[in-house]
Design a protein around this ligand. Structure first.
Ligand code: NAD
Length: 496
């Protein structure tokens, strides 16, 4: 019988053993530094300690970066492109083979419904490795026609060196794949620092990279907090590039760090994404999509359609659908296959989300439904909708990153466009309309890196993803996702 107080009893024996062992960094093909692991790894569904994770200090980080430098200057750097492609395909195969196990780690530590992790995150991770595995043999330069006589000038696209990849907790395995696949395809090596809340799948992925035949050091993992391990990693002199996905606040801090040290940096940050439904849309479809994106992974998704803007005449119909969806969600531990919504990732994060709800009272806005904690030790919060807040209210301006949908009515296109754009973010946006001219004109004028029209949240390794404005710079996915891990070298040769 299932012990509901110990969701890890729902895991496969292999995954449970790995999850409950103490963990440290993975350097040069081996796990190191687990003894004395001090960071409690908490199951957000129960509030209980799963295991402990080591805080990699400057010495461990230095060993990891040196090991990755050796691999860059040695076996991985020297590997012929066809062999690099084959290695990445083998890694994709191994991630696919161990998908069930990897999904269990993210469901346990992140509280994400395991069935969704299997259906969404794992295929996305595999797709990243498959898509970028195709690139190493296609990284061509060009021959440059210059005005200097007897010259042969050509360009090469070459890797940067050792990449520091720093990832958040909301898509642990996926984010690791999104960073590793293009960085490795371009010929770099990587030291990955997963979030201290969700280290397990990254550590297992590093083992799989060795099994796939990537030379030791090509993928190293350091565990620990941002302030200690993350800081030691991004400031290490041998790091050529910081590839960061996380909050705007930390992104700004790392941008300053990278600027001072003249390191390459790319930033994939947060969003407060306007999701606009016009009255002429297929309302049933639009409302269903609005409801799904609002509460998927408890709203802890950077591209969640967290600011729903609905033309006034269809507002009640849309809100009824969203409410019915919220009421139908089965809230429970991520590892329980019947759960369709899990907890928030940590107690501190739930406190932060709740603090936004406290600011709504007395402002003319209202909580249409939800807003309460769910009894128990896990960090659960009801799916919630706040209706009619002013555009300047923090629930509209900030990324809440929880199951709190903000719903605002509007009357005209002319009114809603500037309002939708009046945000410091610019990650994604959505628009629903049956008028093709309006669809084109409106979507092109939205200030967002990705605009979905009559759909929401589609994602593919081939299509560039990344924000405008304070949502960051540099793209994931597609050829653009590879460019940020490459630099151009020009060879100018005299033939006289
Ligand atoms: P976070 O910024 O708190 O942490 C992200 C990572 O940075 C963690 O590994 C953390 O340990 C590390 N870190 C923190 N301080 C650091 C420092 N001083 N030096 C080096 N590393 C440091 O973000 P989070 O709470 O883990 O994740 C949620 C955020 O991530 C949200 O804002 C969400 O929108 C964003 N996100 C963006 C995308 C995207 O593609 N744009 C995707 C997923 C998540």
């Amino acid at each position: 019988m299932t012990d509901t107080n110990a969701p890890e009893s729902l895991m496969s024996a292999r995954a449970r053993d790995f999850a409950t062992a103490p963990h440290g960094a993975f350097v040069g093909g081996s796990h190191v530094d687990a003894a004395g692991a001090a960071i409690a790894d908490i199951d957000p569904s129960t509030g209980r300690v799963i295991t402990h994770i080591a805080e990699s200090g400057a010495d461990v980080v230095d060993a990891a970066v040196r090991s990755s430098t050796e691999a860059f200057e040695g076996d991985w750097g020297a590997m012929l492109p066809g062999r690099r492609e084959a290695a990445l395909h083998r890694l994709a195969d191994l991630v696919e083979k161990h998908a069930g196990e990897l999904a269990e780690y993210d469901a346990l530590e992140g509280g994400k419904p395991v069935a969704y992790v299997e259906a969404v995150d794992l295929p996305l991770a595999v797709e990243q490795f498959r898509y970028y595995a195709g690139w190493p043999t296609k990284l061509t330069g060009s021959v440059v026609p210059v005005d200097t006589p007897d010259s042969h000038v050509y360009t090469r696209r070459v890797p940067l060196g050792v990449v520091a990849a720093v990832t958040p907790w909301n898509f642990p395995l996926c984010q690791a794949a999104i960073k590793l696949a293009p960085a490795l395809a371009a010929g770099n090596t990587v030291v990955l620092k997963p979030s201290e809340l969700t280290s397990l799948s990254a550590l297992r992925l590093a083992e799989l990279a060795i099994e796939a035949g990537l030379p030791p050091g090509t993928v190293n993992v350091v565990t620990g907090s941002g302030a200690v391990t993350g800081d030691a990693l991004v400031t290490h002199p041998q790091i050529a590039k910081i590839s960061f996905t996380g909050s705007e606040k930390v992104g700004r801090h790392l941008g300053g760090r990278a600027g001072a040290a003249l390191k390459h940096i790319s930033l994939e940050l947060g969003g407060k994404n306007p999701h606009v439904i016009f009255a002429d849309a297929d309302i049933a479809k639009a409302a269903a999509a609005a409801a799904t994106t609002a509460y998927f992974y408890s709203g802890q998704v950077c591209f969640s359609g967290s600011r729903l803007m609905v033309q006034r005449e269809v507002l009640d119909e849309v809100l009824d659908t969203v409410r019915a969806h919220a009421q139908s969600l089965v809230i429970g531990p991520g590892l329980d296959r019947s759960s369709t919504m899990g907890p928030l990732a940590s107690a501190a994060h739930r406190d932060k989300v709740e603090s936004y709800l406290d600011t709504v009272t007395g402002t003319g806005a209202g909580v249409a439904f939800g807003g309460s904690r769910i009894a128990g030790d896990g960090f659960f919060l009801e799916p919630t909708a706040v209706v009619n807040p002013a555009d300047t209210h923090p629930v509209v301006a900030d990324e809440i990153f929880g199951p709190v949908l903000v719903v605002q009515p509007f009357d005209t296109v002319e009114e809603v466009l500037p309002r939708a754009n009046d945000t410091r973010y610019g990650l994604t946006a959505g628009v629903w309309t049956s008028d093709v001219r309006k669809a084109h004109a409106f979507s092109q004028r939205l200030q967002a890196g990705l605009v979905w029209v009559n759909t929401y949240a589609d994602y593919n390794a081939a299509a560039a993803f990344g924000g405008f404005k304070s949502s960051g710079h540099g793209k994931d996915c597609g050829p653009e996702g590879l460019d940020k891990y490459l630099q151009t070298q020009t060879i100018w040769m005299s033939l006289s």
